[in-house]
Design a protein around this ligand. Structure first.
Ligand SMILES: O=C(O)CCC(=O)C(=O)O
Length: 277
């Protein structure tokens, strides 16, 4: 991170509401995350087998396909998000990545929490529950969301393209403040009258594993449907100024504290011993 890059990132984040950090996470960190998530898939395989829903574990299927095979005859039961399951040692290097925290600290200051909605999304092909409608992340939090000082993060574990359900952003919309959302079957959606004037400015956020996008908690965005034949795996999480309330029942976990470093999550083993909240 040099001063020149940092200045450009801040300017882009302020004006457009997002910044893409290309090739930011190492191949080892991504491989470790995929291996770790495979443990969750293993557990699902055992469960499906025990329930008589499948007759084999599909152990030789690749990461992009195995969960699909496990649920292909029971697609309504397929997981579309993992949250509570993510206290796994192999995800520590993503959520508590020191280089990432260094950057986020320049936005939010030296007291940083991992906000309590870290998620992994296995986006199944053509599955309505995995098409995430236009929203502001803040739209999912009740109360004075405008005051929340946050940096939101998304990274893919497979190449994310328009075809397999990358995200789309509408640059600059974070400056509109919190807008009304309406309840749909699976997700909230920004009210059509508010959204419509901005749709001409939509851009796709096509990323590769290792790339990371930082975005504003009020930026209009959505996750496209996956029209490919494989699962689009991704991780999304958020950091918040830990001196604020989360406006949620959960407090998240301290990721960095300049005032009390010993109170932040120290290592992978501690992360794995904690629970969602
Ligand atoms: O992964 C997706 O398709 C959507 C994710 C999203 O909306 C978010 O991270 O806020």
């Amino acid at each position: 991170m040099n001063e020149h890059d940092l200045k450009a990132w801040h300017e882009q984040f302020d004006a457009q509401g997002y910044v893409i950090l290309k090739d930011f996470l190492s191949a080892d960190i991504i491989a470790q995350a995929r291996t770790t998530l495979n443990q969750l898939v293993d557990q699902r395989a055992e469960r499906q087998l025990a329930a008589g829903k499948i007759d084999r574990l599909f152990s030789d299927e690749p990461f992009e396909l195995r969960l699909l095979r496990l649920y292909q005859d029971h697609i309504a039961e397929a997981p579309n998000i993992f949250r509570r399951e993510l206290h796994l040692a192999g995800l520590f290097d993503i959520f508590f990545n020191p280089r990432l925290l260094d950057i986020v600290e320049t936005f939010l200051g030296g007291e940083l929490r991992l906000y309590p909605n870290y998620s992994v999304r296995p986006k199944f092909p053509d599955h309505a529950a995995t098409e995430v409608l236009w929203h502001q992340d803040g739209g999912y939090t009740p109360g004075e969301v405008k005051m929340l000082r946050m940096v939101n993060v998304w990274t893919p574990l497979v190449p994310a393209r328009i075809e397999n359900g990358c995200m789309q952003f509408i640059p600059g919309t974070h400056q509109l403040g919190p807008v009304p959302h309406e309840k749909r079957e699976y997700y909230l959606e920004i009210s059509p009258a508010v959204l419509a004037p901005h749709l001409a400015q939509v851009i796709p956020i096509e990323l590769d594993p290792g790339d990371v996008v930082l975005f504003h908690n009020l930026l209009f965005h959505r996750g496209l449907p996956n029209h490919s034949s494989k699962i689009r795996w991704s991780i999304d999480w958020r950091y918040q100024d830990a001196t604020q309330s989360t406006l949620r029942p959960e407090n998240g976990h301290l990721a960095r504290s300049r005032s009390h470093p010993e109170l932040a999550v120290q290592d992978a083993a501690q992360w794995a011993a904690l629970s969602f909240g």
